[in-house]
Ligand binder design. Structure first.
Ligand code: 15L
Length: 266
């Protein structure tokens, strides 16, 4: 497949681009910044929030053959003001979806987040993909809205759009919460590959975590799409240090984003 990856220079993007290339895909990187040294694939510099700039990238790519999918990983990974969050997650997703429709690109894989449902109490039990939106921050609100855009474009334009509600994408789990929310680098790649290749998903949601013994999120929606996680954070249970915020972070699935002390930017 020929795949455009936004946020290619970010922490997710660096791992996913190289991994997709290793799986035999033709990767095109897209980011605000130049390609990291040693990048072996095509790269475009543009702001995904600028619809004209995004359209120009798609127009340039159309001369080099068919683009099969977009993997949208760009966006601020933490809380910011509401306008900044909406720009970073919703405006960018809309610009990419508009360009996909204009250029007949059939599939979007999106780095959504657990924070779309982060204010769900842990006491609610394992969350399925049918969990109602329950954001813990403006960041979470923007992820909910981006998922709604994906549903809209699936319904109106027949785009296949998989929203991956990612937990904690790290080399190793870094906290007690991480033993439940960890997504290993290898499983992150498996998740994206499944979302890219599963036949005709329409709009679909999966939880992007490894096969963690202590998981709070249902892996079945992902398994139905072909995501077969191989790692388990439990292997790190003896090495992860308890922290002073563990108790507060355990109340809601969004952990540190959902605690009562969290201060929202204006
Ligand atoms: C996210 O969505 C954030 O981008 C990341 O920084 C982590 O906070 C992660 O969720 C998490 O919940 O651990």
């Amino acid at each position: 497949m020929r795949v455009l990856v936004s946020g290619a220079a970010g922490s997710l993007g660096r791992v996913i681009t190289v991994g997709l290339e290793g799986l035999g895909h033709e990767v095109v990187g897209l980011d605000l910044v130049p390609a990291p040294e040693g990048t072996t694939f095509d790269w475009h510099e543009a702001d995904c929030a600028d619809a004209d700039a995004v359209e120009a990238v798609f127009a340039a790519l159309s001369t080099g053959g068919r683009l099969d999918a977009v993997v949208h990983l760009a966006g601020v990974p933490e809380e910011a003001s509401l306008p900044d969050e909406l720009t970073s997650h919703v405006i960018t997703t809309a610009a990419l979806l508009d360009a996909m429709v204009a250029h007949d690109v059939p599939r979007l894989v999106y780095a959504s987040s657990n924070h779309a449902v982060g204010r769900t109490p842990r006491a609610s039990g394992v969350l399925t993909e049918a969990a109602l939106p329950r954001p813990d921050t403006y960041y979470g609100v923007a992820k909910v809205a981006a998922e709604a855009l994906m549903q809209l474009f699936a319904d109106r334009h027949g785009i296949d759009a998989v929203a991956c509600r990612i937990g904690s994408f790290l080399e190793e789990p870094a906290s007690i919460r991480g033993l439940s929310t960890w997504l290993s680098h290898g499983d992150g790649l498996r998740m994206v590959e499944a979302a890219l290749t599963t036949p005709a998903p329409g709009f679909a949601v999966l939880y992007g975590i490894s096969a963690n013994t202590r998981a709070w999120w249902d892996l079945e929606p992902g398994r139905r799409l072909g995501y077969d996680p191989q790692d388990d954070a439990e292997a790190y249970a003896d090495t992860v240090q308890a922290g002073p915020h563990d108790e507060a972070e355990a109340e809601f699935v969004g952990g540190p984003f959902a605690t009562a002390e969290f201060v929202r930017p204006a």
